[in-house]
Design a protein around this ligand. Sequence first.
Ligand SMILES: *Cc1c(COP(=O)(O)O)cnc(C)c1O
Length: 380
Amino acid sequence: MIKFRDLQAQYQHLKQQIDDAVTNVMTSGGFILGKEVLELEKRLAEYVGVKHCVTCANGTDALQLAAMTLNLGKDDIVFVPDFTFFSSGEIVSLVGAIPVFVDVDRRSFNISPEALEKAVEAIAIEGKYKPKAVVAVDLFGLPAPYPELRKVCNKYDLALIEDSAQGFGGRIGNKVAGSFGDIATTSFFPAKPLGCYGDGGAVFTDNDKWADILRSLRVHGKGDNKYDNVRIGMNSRLDAIQAAILSVKLNAFEDYELDAVNQVAKRYNEMLADIEGLILPEIPEGYYSSYAQYTIVLNNQSKRDGLQEHLKSKNIPSMVYYPKPMHSQQAFAPYNFDTECLDVTKKLSETVLSLPMHPYLKDEQVAEVCEAVRYYMTAQ
Ligand SMILES: *Cc1c(COP(=O)(O)O)cnc(C)c1O
């Protein structure tokens, strides 16, 4: 049976080590921010190539902690891709700032630097609010176009927040996802490239002062100790059991899982290449994806929905990430958006389909998915 993401297969593979690691925490105590958490933070910072990793309760909190650290708030404009998971924009509103949604590139699915520059100019001309920051998302595992985004951020003095919830393990050249933003975040939600067995998240930065603020914010804005509170913070920590699980999974991720998803993607690319009416994911030169998703694009919505139905009839799971642009979410209805410039996202939300993708997908399972896709696409 083909799974969209097979966490059971992964557990069977790592069972002994994970069971031992969890038992260890329960025997030794230190459940919240214990020694396992501090060790993991050190390893993660090294893997990503930044000075500081500050873990927290989930990827959404990580984004909120980042926004609080940057002091984003009232009347600040924060640019967010229109095509992403809700959190990327939700945290902007949560800290009292204003999200402005920006269209994405039709091939990479990531925020378009040209569209970003246009949106910044429009806000600047209006003159009512201050453009302050960009949330760039490494969607489906592919790093956003940081060299180009950095130019726009420098030109308009914008802070760059990297939402790498799906991007952990991705690279541009030798630089690893989580090191591109002034501050970056990730999520350890079970289905993400590096997932735990519950909720978890982390913030990455090279800035010593921000790292101190983050460590304070995640424990109620603590000062010298937990009962000395110097700022309004959150209660957002990673627990030691999740950290122990993550350190076992990080070994597997580094040793073979990241390679394995790239092999699966390669196989999909080869087997689907000659089918008409499909656009396959394209990784730009010099970029490396952690393939949180393998997402194809169909010509129109009825083709997409029809293919999904057909796969379902063959017991093959698939998902639509994301069926609704951010700007059309009811929660953002109080803001006024210029929706005319969000055409790419609108079209993608009608035509994308994500196929099963995980490191334990077997060759014959990939072949089975591809055969089902081929049957539907050529029977029409
Ligand atoms: C999953 C995800 C988040 C939120 O992470 P949680 O750990 O679920 O809070 C944020 N941004 C993106 C792009 C995500 O995919």
